[in-house]
Design a binder for this molecule. Structure first.
Ligand code: 5GP
Ligand code: MN
Length: 338
């Protein structure tokens, strides 16, 4: 954020505002953590604040401080619309294009509020009055910490805010191991622990609440894995029938895609998950090194994200999607074997 933006934000926040904070659809730990931490900060500053999530999110995020205040756009539609329509300021966190909020897109487009974007994904769209975009950042949570720092108010970060920020940095960095994890990330995390984030308890809340059915579903996913050494690629499929058989709940497949990358020599991993209700195959893509899954997802699967982590979708059947994917992969042989 440049100094002109900081001055603009300071001036906006010097008056009591009606503020809506929005994460992307299917919010993850970083989206919820950044929204809930910013919520805590702005409330302390005397604003009227609401977090409005486009849809539901996994149980392993629902223990987070202030979670009970979140409005779900799908479940509490009139209330959510009212908050957005009446807002004077709307923060959009952890996404950079209004298409990422699903059904909420039109409501946001019609809102009269000033928009402030805080995000670390590539190729931001130009919809905000203030755009704080930095693709080198580990997480939007690290950026919310910086945002509060730019305003000179990190002393306002309490244990609840620290817990929310720690959670998002932890989930978006794969527990502090992905390439975007910098020494500065670790300094921020250290400060969050000093401010009251209980690192061990947070790891347990997020990672150690498996159900037996989720572990069994992981077993199915791993045995479905197809390994293509000549393309240094591994992919997993999960059909709706398989999900139903193992009592699938939102979030149960989180992290499954990463197993492909633990194979020696594999640099490109995907998971294709059927969603019969939405009539789509949801795709998660991950890579190691310079192969950009953001570009791959943008070019072929109506998605995007980061160089090493992206998402997308296909509107054809699983069989057709996999067949198309295999055809596309053939054209990437050189890029995957540099
Ligand atoms: P995941 O595979 O965990 O759903 O998403 C990985 C990354 O890609 C996240 O940073 C997420 O925000 C982004 N992403 C996931 N799905 C989409 C999508 O459909 N479009 C875009 N532009 N980004 C996505
Ligand atoms: Mn993120």
């Amino acid at each position: 954020m440049n100094s002109a933006d900081i001055t603009t934000v300071k001036s906006i926040l010097s008056q009591p505002q009606k503020i809506a904070i929005i994460p992307h659809r299917n919010p993850d730990g970083d989206a919820m953590g950044s929204c809930l931490a910013l919520y805590g900060f702005l409330k302390k500053k005397g604003h009227t604040v609401h977090v409005v999530a486009p849809n539901d999110y996994p149980k392993f995020l629902k223990w987070m401080p202030e979670n009970d205040t979140v409005i779900n756009f799908e479940r509490e539609n009139p209330k959510a619309k009212e908050v957005i329509n009446k807002a004077s300021v709307i923060f959009t966190l952890d996404f950079n294009d209004l298409s990422r909020v699903g059904q909420m897109e039109q409501v946001l487009k019609e809102a009269s509020a000033d928009f402030i974007m805080i995000d670390h994904h590539q190729q931001p769209s130009d919809y905000a009055m203030v755009t704080y975009s930095d693709v080198t950042m580990s997480s939007t949570c690290e950026m919310v910490f910086n945002f509060i720092d730019f305003l000179g108010e990190t002393d306002q970060i309490d244990a609840d805010m620290a817990t929310n920020l720690y959670t998002g940095i932890m989930t978006d960095t794969g527990s502090f191991k992905y390439r975007s994890t910098s020494s500065k990330t670790h300094r921020v995390v250290a400060e969050l622990i000093d401010k009251g984030a209980d690192n061990m308890a947070i790891h347990q809340e997020v990672f150690d609440t498996n159900s037996p059915s989720r572990l069994h579903l992981l077993g199915v996913a791993l045995s479905n894995m197809v390994i293509l050494p000549e393309y240094r690629t591994a992919y997993i499929t999960l059909t709706q029938d398989e999900l139903d058989q193992y009592d699938f709940k939102k979030g149960d497949t989180e992290g499954f895609v990463n197993y492909g990358l633990t194979l020696e020599g594999i640099i490109f991993a995907l998971i294709f998950i059927e969603n019969r209700e939405e009539g789509i195959i949801k795709i998660s893509l991950r890579s190691i090194g310079d192969f950009s899954v953001n570009e791959f997802a943008r070019a072929h699967f109506n998605g995007g994200g980061h160089t090493n982590a992206a998402g997308g979708r296909s509107e054809t059947s699983m069989e057709e999607t996999i067949s198309r994917f295999n055809d596309i992969l053939k054209t990437y042989k050189d890029k995957l074997n540099p």
